[in-house]
Design a protein. Structure first.
Length: 482
């Protein structure tokens, strides 16, 4: 009781909390709980103070990347206090908000799965099952984040999980995928869990849609490759080598895991030339980053006769079309119908390391081609033609240069007289058909010194003029003369 013998008003707790006086609010809440432990208003006010404490831990985890062991002990103590609040509305805003904060810091907490089980899969509000909108972007629902956190922890091989908790968590994953069958990250971690159990066929069913969306990511191909390692090593190699190819340009230390998996499979297949190349690459990376090779897993390989014999050769499976092999595996796992279109290389975006191929004059008739995925496009000139194999309404799968001069009405050769506007970095060409062809600065600059009325020729593409809101022609290639 307070000095006058009256009970603490729960509103004082809330006022202190909202004023940022968290220690004062906590002291008031604990005193109020000792006086009226079953008062729903006191419990609610105390619950929101506990929420602020969890939120502070979540903010600390964000700043420091992860929590310390002492912080996890504090978290458990806070949640034990919250568990005492039997009059708090569940489902309810407080219950959901505390969970949302815990999900921000669950990584590395070995007791998360027991907590998630206690929390309860069914204690979500209707709004917790809907995606969240923030500043025009859509974010996953609280319920889907709960399922994903369970999947991640089950996938965490560093934590020891009891058989009882594991059985519960695996059942929860099934419920999660029934509710969110298109959640890529839930599929990915479930696939990893299934692969750990040795259920590789089921793992591949989960990973195939992940690859369809993340086909340019090395980690996704590496995950698929591991599912083949025991039963189909050739397919495993195709996926792992392609993963390695995609990871070019990343920190070399990040490729060690994939390289070591490659060595294991290659040695098993007695393909020692290729195994030696990977061993040598691993040693080079370790030494370059200050690590001692004699303490690395590769130390035994270095003593072998095959390593000494082949370590200085410079050839291997990576010279094959591993991308084509990997995509064939994906097509076998998750068949897709593809269409083929002939398009024109319109321009390069060097900053984003990609080029645009267009199939028609409008904005929605173009597709981006990243250099990382399609290295052959990097050095290609605007105006070259490409056969693009792609999913209907999706991204490009394969590209092939084609020898075709024109697409009547869309991509045509032209010849005409140059029109040079004063003090402008661009020009126009009036061709023999009466078309006024716009010559953008990067194309005009290739002509060098020219004069008004000079005869030029080249290739032009029909495009949508946003300013004039009409179709017009744009030169992709130009030269002096006919």
């Amino acid at each position: 009781m307070k000095d006058g013998g009256t009970m603490i008003d729960h509103r004082l707790i809330t006022e202190s909390r909202k004023a940022g006086k968290l220690e004062e609010a906590l002291a008031l809440a604990k005193k109020a709980m000792s006086e009226a432990p079953h008062d729903p208003y006191v419990q609610s006010a105390y619950g929101w103070v506990l929420y602020e404490q969890v939120k502070k831990l979540a903010e600390s985890a964000k700043e420091n990347e992860k929590l310390k062991e002492a912080d996890f002990r504090s978290l458990k103590a806070i949640l034990r206090e919250y568990a005492r609040l039997d009059r708090v509305e569940k489902p309810g805003m407080l219950h959901s908000n505390i969970l949302n904060q815990v999900l921000k810091l669950h990584s590395g907490w070995p007791d998360f799965l027991p907590f998630a089980r206690w929390w309860g899969e069914g204690l979500f509000r209707d709004e917790d099952r809907e995606p969240q909108l923030w500043q025009g972007k859509k974010y996953p629902s609280l319920e889907s984040k709960y399922y994903l956190a369970v999947a991640k922890e089950l996938d965490n091989e560093d934590h020891t999980i009891s058989a009882d908790i594991r059985s519960w968590a695996e059942q929860i994953l099934k419920h999660g995928l029934e509710k969110y069958p298109d959640d890529i990250w839930l599929l990915y971690h479930t696939g990893q869990v299934l692969a750990q159990k040795g259920d590789n066929e089921a793992a591949r069913k989960c990973l195939a849609p992940v690859l369809r969306e993340k086909k340019g990511e090395g980690w996704a191909w590496a995950a698929l490759g591991r599912t083949f390692a025991g039963e189909d090593p050739e397919r495993a190699l195709s996926c792992l080598f392609y993963a390695l190819e995609l990871d070019k340009g990343k920190k070399e230390l990040m490729t060690l895991g994939i390289r070591r998996e490659l060595v294991n499979i290659l040695v098993r297949l007695k393909r020692y030339e290729e195994a030696a190349q990977q061993c040598r690459a691993i040693c080079t990376i370790l030494e370059k980053n200050g690590y001692t090779v004699t303490k690395a897993p590769e130390k035994d390989c270095l003593r072998t006769e095959w390593y000494r014999k082949f370590k200085d050769l410079n050839k291997g499976i990576i010279e094959r079309d591993v991308r084509g092999e990997a995509f064939k595996i994906l097509q076998d796992l998750a068949p897709k119908t593809f269409i083929e279109k002939i398009g024109i290389l319109d321009n390069h975006n060097l900053e984003k390391a990609l080029a645009f191929v267009v199939f028609g004059p409008h904005e929605n008739e173009r597709t981006p081609l990243k250099y990382k995925h399609f290295p052959s496009i990097r050095g290609a000139a605007p105006g070259t033609m490409w056969l693009v194999k792609m999913e209907e309404g999706g991204f490009a799968e394969e590209i092939t240069p084609v020898e075709q001069k024109e697409i009547p009405g869309f991509f045509e050769t032209f010849a005409g007289k140059l029109e040079i506007p004063p003090n402008k970095p661009f020009a126009f060409v009036r061709d023999r058909k009466g078309n006024r062809i716009f010559v953008p600065g990067e194309t005009y600059g290739t002509l060098g010194l020219v004069v008004e009325g000079q005869v030029c020729s080249g290739k032009a593409i029909k495009t949508w003029d946003k300013k004039k809101k009409e179709l017009g022609w744009k030169a992709l290639e130009i030269r002096i003369g006919k």
